[in-house]
Design a protein around this ligand. Structure first.
Ligand SMILES: Nc1nc2c(ncn2[C@@H]2O[C@H](COP(=O)(O)OP(=O)(O)O)[C@@H](O)[C@H]2O)c(=O)[nH]1
Ligand SMILES: [Mg+2]
Length: 266
């Protein structure tokens, strides 16, 4: 039965799925060693940050459905460049910030980098949101909190991913989610938060939905609602949309074949 709640839920699910499809169009743009050399401050940017080894590269690769877009490295702290990606069009960017918390980086460099990072989080106009990744087994370490405070100073919206959720059993991962929410509240921080697993590809639509809002996507979710998908959610909805797209694709191929056979018979 279609209820107002179901309709709203289906609308959200449709938006998230479409946002994810669009985010899969991500392409590498450029690397910069410092923020001074980064692209012009126009359009909309979403930054990804986290401690080294938190699962940031894996999250970007899973989200964009590209195996090697962000290099997932076994050597923590090796990626010191700021990497920029185009998300579908030139004015929407994803920024992969260098992982922090790597002990071998000299103290002076760390300080310099932190000043730059704070400046970027607080004053970059195109920065629409920050995705902060934290390992579900030890969430919100010292520097994560530091990042959250800077984001708060800059009135920058933050979405937290508790990564590698597959490492915990279902109940334990839900507890970690609730506890981290509570901790955020105690710290006076107003961030959204979700479970995420790049390994199991869980949480991708939810993340894409948040980013889609930051990118100000105007996706035509209404059309989907009118159709037979109205009561589907999550994977079911995705499958239905995929099947529908395939069917449409076949129909257009059929009709183009007809066109060419008509050409021949002329
Ligand atoms: N079990 C599990 N391991 C993960 C997941 N995501 C990343 N990892 C592992 O965690 C390590 C660090 O991942 P990586 O994406 O390179 O982290 P980064 O340093 O933050 O970019 C790698 O060994 C990954 O295979 C996940 O969702 N589940
Ligand atoms: Mg990485």
């Amino acid at each position: 039965m279609s209820t107002p709640f179901n309709d709203v839920a289906a609308k959200h699910a449709a938006f998230n799925t479409k946002a994810r499809q669009r985010i899969q169009q991500t392409e590498f743009m450029m690397s910069a060693p410092t923020f001074r050399l980064c692209p012009a401050d126009i359009g909309l940017e979403v930054a990804f940050a986290g401690r080294s080894n938190a699962g940031k590269s894996s999250a970007i690769n899973a989200l964009t459905n590209q195996r090697q877009l962000a290099r997932s490295s076994k050597t923590p702290g090796r990626t010191q460049m700021i990497n920029f990606f185009n998300v579908g069009d030139a004015d929407r960017r994803l920024v992969d910030l260098p992982g922090y918390g790597y002990a071998a980086v000299p103290l002076e460099m760390k300080k310099e980098w932190q000043v730059e990072l704070e400046e970027y989080l607080v004053s970059r106009s195109s920065l629409a949101g920050l995705v902060l990744m934290s390992d579900i087994r030890h969430p919100l370490k010292f520097f994560d909190e530091q990042m959250l405070r800077w984001a708060k100073d800059g009135e920058l919206p933050v979405h937290i991913l508790l990564t590698k959720a597959d490492k915990l059993k279902y109940g334990a991962s839900k507890n970690a989610l609730l506890n981290t929410r509570k901790k955020l509240k105690e710290l006076g921080l107003n961030c959204s938060i979700q479970l995420f697993s790049a390994l199991r590809k869980e949480g991708l639509d939810e993340l894409a939905g948040v980013m889609g809002n930051w990118y100000e996507y105007q996706l035509d979710a209404d059309k989907i609602i009118e159709s037979s998908f109205a009561l589907l959610e999550g994977d079911e909805l995705e499958d239905a949309i995929e099947k529908d797209a395939l069917q449409k694709d076949n129909v257009s191929k059929d009709s183009s074949q007809e066109d060419s056979s008509q050409e021949k018979s002329k």
